[in-house]
Write a protein that binds this ligand. Structure first.
Ligand code: PBG
Length: 322
C-alpha cells in the first residue's frame, strides 16, 4: 500500500513547517504580570520571578517595551501594616497599586499598555477579594462600591486598562459607570470573565504574601463548570467589557475555545503561577525541555483561541520569537 495522500509532505523541512503553521506567536500579544511592593525580593515558589519595588519595576517595564511586549499587568503588594478589613490601600492614591502604575507610566508613557489588577485580596487582612458580611461571607454588593473606587484611583494613576478579577456579580457595569463619571471614558476594562477557583494560583499567593482564610469557592467558579464560563462571559460583555479573559489557561482550553467562539472583543488567557512553576520545577529536574515546554504551552493557549496571553515568561519568550 502506498498512500497518495500524505500529510507528512507538509512537515518535510523547517521552512515548510513554518509556511503552513496554523498558530503564530508574536511579542505584541504577550502581557507580563509584574508584582510590586516596598522592597524587591525573589519569589521562591516562582523561580526566576521577582517582586519589584517602584524603581526596578520601571526598569523592567522599559525592558518590556524593548522586547516588543503588548503590555504589563501590575499587582500591588502592600506592607502587612497597610492591610485592613476593607482593603483601603486598594484605592488610596498612595496605595501600592497606584504607585506601581504611576512609576510604570512615567517610564514607558504609551509605549506599552499598562494594566492593573482591580481586586482587593492583596489589600485585605483576611485575603478575600471583597469585604465580609457578618457571617464571614464576601458581600457582593458592598464590594462593588469599593471596586468602583479602586478602578477610579487606578485610572487617575494612569492605568490604560483596569482588570477586575474578583468575580463579583455586576463588577464590570459598576466600574464602567464609575470610570465614566470620573471622565475616564478611554480607560478600558479587561474582565476576568471566566475565572475558576483553582489550585494553580498557589505560588501567586506567596508572591502577594496572601493571608487568605478559607477559599474562594463562593465567588470563583467551580472547575467542573464549562457552560457557566459562557454565562459569565456573556454577562461581562453585556456590562461593557472591552476584553474578556479566561483563567487559568492550560487546564481550561475548552472554556477558552467556547469564549473565543462567541466573543466579539479580544480574548485573553492567563497562564497562572502554578502553570509556570510546574514547568520550571520539572525543567529544573531535567524532566522536560524547558524552552519547548514554554513554547508549546503558550502556543496551545493561542491555538485554543486566545488573542492575548498573560504569562510570566512573556519577556523571555519574546526574546526567542525575535
Ligand atoms: C486575584 C488574583 C489571583 C491571581 C490573579 N489575580 C489570585 C486568586 O484569585 O486567588 C492569580 C494569578 C496567578 O496565580 O498567577 N487578585
Amino acid at each position: 500500500m502506498t498512500p497518495t495522500i500524505r500529510p507528512r509532505r507538509l512537515r518535510t523541512t523547517p521552512a515548510m513547517r513554518r509556511l503552513v503553521a496554523e498558530t503564530r506567536l508574536h511579542p505584541h500579544q504577550l502581557v507580563w504580570p509584574l508584582f510590586v511592593g516596598r522592597d524587591a525580593a525573589p519569589i521562591s515558589s516562582m523561580p526566576g520571578v521577582m517582586r519589584h519595588d517602584v524603581h526596578s519595576v520601571a526598569e523592567v517595564a522599559r525592558q518590556a517595551v524593548h522586547a516588543g511586549l503588548g503590555g504589563v499587568m501590575l499587582f500591588g503588594v502592600p506592607d502587612d501594616a497597610d492591610k485592613d478589613e476593607m482593603g483601603t490601600h486598594g484605592w488610596l492614591p498612595e496605595g501600592m497599586g497606584q504607585r506601581a502604575v504611576n512609576a510604570v507610566r512615567d517610564a514607558v508613557g504609551d509605549d506599552l499598555v499598562v494594566m492593573v489588577d482591580t481586586c482587593l485580596d492583596e489589600f485585605t487582612t483576611h485575603g478575600h477579594c471583597g469585604v465580609l458580611d457578618d457571617g464571614g461571607r464576601v458581600d457582593n454588593d458592598a464590594t462593588l462600591e469599593l471596586y468602583a473606587r479602586m478602578a477610579v484611583a487606578q485610572a487617575r494613576a494612569g492605568a490604560h486598562v483596569v482588570s477586575p478579577s474578583g468575580m463579583m456579580d455586576g463588577q464590570v457595569a459598576v466600574i464602567r459607570e464609575a470610570l465614566d463619571a470620573d471622565g475616564h471614558h478611554d480607560v478600558a476594562i479587561l474582565a476576568y470573565a471566566a475565572k475558576y477557583a483553582s489550585a494553580f494560583y498557589g505560588p501567586f499567593r506567596e508572591a502577594v504574601a496572601s493571608t487568605l482564610q478559607g477559599d474562594r469557592r463562593t465567588y470563583q467558579q467551580d472547575p467542573g463548570n464549562r457552560r457557566e464560563g459562557l454565562r459569565e462571559t456573556r454577562l461581562d460583555l453585556a456590562e461593557g467589557a472591552d476584553m474578556v479573559m479566561v483563567k487559568p489557561a492550560s487546564h481550561y482550553l475548552d472554556v477558552l475555545a467556547d469564549v473565543a467562539a462567541i466573543s466579539e472583543v479580544p480574548v485573553a488567557a492567563y497562564q497562572v503561577s502554578g502553570e509556570y512553576s510546574m514547568v520550571e520545577a520539572a525543567a529544573e529536574r531535567g524532566w522536560i525541555n524547558r524552552r519547548m515546554a514554554v513554547e508549546e504551552s503558550v502556543g496551545s493557549i493561542v491555538r485554543a483561541g486566545a488573542d492575548i496571553v498573560l504569562t510570566y515568561w512573556a519577556k523571555e519568550l519574546a526574546g526567542w520569537l525575535k
